[in-house]
Write a protein that binds this ligand. Structure first.
Ligand code: CA
Length: 412
């Protein structure tokens, strides 16, 4: 769950892609990040003393503040991350290569089985299908594997003190203190992303207060524990609250007719499926699209790449994160988890003339030569570019860091 609506090409923790952009679905770093260790900062300490007065004025007990701020300090890495949220846009193809990778689909199906009884009870109460809840979980924290290990009070205090979005983060900090005061979690266990998104499905504190539920009825709304039940139920409660329609798709892949007027694409234009059908829009299987309500056409990567017809549930997922690719990522992953097929339409070659398979082959060949690309997902990120530069340098080629067909041939 993002901290702002402008957002986040990727979830903060989930996609595990370095530098994929806005709060990249970040990477809770596997190794300890020294920039996320508190450093002395007298101005920050003075800010905390003043803040304590404001917090008490809002009803936070001094004892809660004492407990919450024990060991809290300024985290330089949080500010670094906040400054580096450049909107570095990935294509839908790259996004889906990660968000709905074979591995993420397989793990998600295993999680659906493992947590099936809980998910069935959650569906019975909130009317949100297990595959949809699990897909949000998969994108937000890789099914709980990347819940974030940054101490939330330190992270939010650092951001509130810094002041770039000070009022927003001070509100989140007050909400976090109320959560501690309620006894849902201890200060030591209250961890999250660098921006204070917490637990399996990355709730920010104000969203937690409004929507988190104690589904297993142990007296605490625990979205941090190994057992994801409360977190998954909280996500279902959130989607339900924003109007999720059970049994209705988020969207479907469609085929557009030759000469489709692309000015009709986008969430701003809504028509009935019958009206779209009259313009020649069909399901990817060639059949008419059933009437799931008012629909828009999305062509995120232009004509010649997958196109979608999206329905009101698309807008419900967008309440979690308004980025179009995120919503398609959750939707498509949920379809795959429910047993659905990959997208039917292919994507065109990239700006370098390479397809996804070419890029995966390039990564495998570089890695086999000892230039580690950090996996072969077909997404040309910082690791792959570094590997290309290292190879080019070793081979006496101009060092560009850019993939190409010539490079692919040379690596055979
Ligand atoms: Ca509970």
């Amino acid at each position: 769950m993002r901290t702002t609506r402008r957002s986040a090409t990727f979830g903060l923790l989930a996609l595990g892609l370095a530098a994929c952009g806005p709060p990249p679905p970040a990477l809770a770093p596997a190794t300890r990040d020294e920039t996320l260790v508190a450093v002395p900062n007298p101005a920050f300490d003075a800010w905390v003393r003043a803040f304590r007065g404001r917090a008490q004025a809002q009803g936070i007990a001094p004892g809660t503040l004492d407990r919450a701020f024990r060991g809290v300090g300024f985290l330089p890495g949080v500010i670094e991350r906040d400054r580096n949220q450049t909107e570095f846009t990935r294509t839908l193809e790259d996004y889906l290569a990660i968000a709905a990778s074979d591995e993420r689909v397989a793990t998600g199906r295993a999680m659906l089985r493992r947590w099936g009884p809980s998910l069935a009870r959650i569906e019975a109460r909130y009317g949100v299908e297990p595959a949809v809840v699990t897909a949000v979980w998969g994108l937000e924290s890789r099914y709980g594997a990347r819940r974030g290990e940054v101490p939330v009070i330190s992270a939010l205090s650092t951001l509130a003190y810094d002041g770039r979005r000070g009022a927003f983060f001070e509100r989140q900090l007050i909400a976090a203190l109320r959560i501690l005061e309620n006894g849902d979690i201890t200060p030591a266990r209250m961890t999250g992303s660098w921006a204070g998104a917490m637990g399996h499905t990355q709730f920010i504190p104000t969203s937690y207060e409004a929507y988190a539920v104690d589904f297993d009825a142990d007296g605490r709304r625990d979205i941090w524990s190994e057992d994801p039940t409360d977190a998954l139920a909280s996500t279902a409660a959130y989607l339900s609250r924003f109007g999720w329609r059970r049994g209705q798709p988020w969207g479907v892949e469609v085929m557009l007719p030759q000469g489709f007027d692309t000015s009709l694409a986008g969430r701003g234009t809504t028509r009935s499926p019958a009206s779209w059908a009259a313009l020649g829009v069909r399901g990817a299987d060639g059949r008419p699209v059933p009437d799931h309500g008012p629909a828009s056409i999305l062509i995120p990567q232009g004509l010649g790449a997958p196109a979608f017809m999206v329905f009101p549930n698309f807008g419900v997922i967008a309440r979690y994160n308004n980025a179009e690719k995120y919503v398609i990522g959750v939707g498509h992953l949920s379809d795959r988890l429910a047993g659905g097929p990959p997208l039917r339409a292919g994507f065109p070659p990239d700006a370098y003339g390479l397809t996804l398979e070419d890029r995966k082959l390039l990564q495998r060949r570089l890695t086999a030569r000892g230039f580690d690309t950090g996996g072969a997902d077909g997404v040309i990120g910082p690791d792959t570019r570094a590997a290309i530069r290292a190879f080019q340098s070793r081979a006496g080629l101009p060092v560009t860091g850019e993939p190409s067909r010539a490079l692919l041939q040379r690596l055979i």
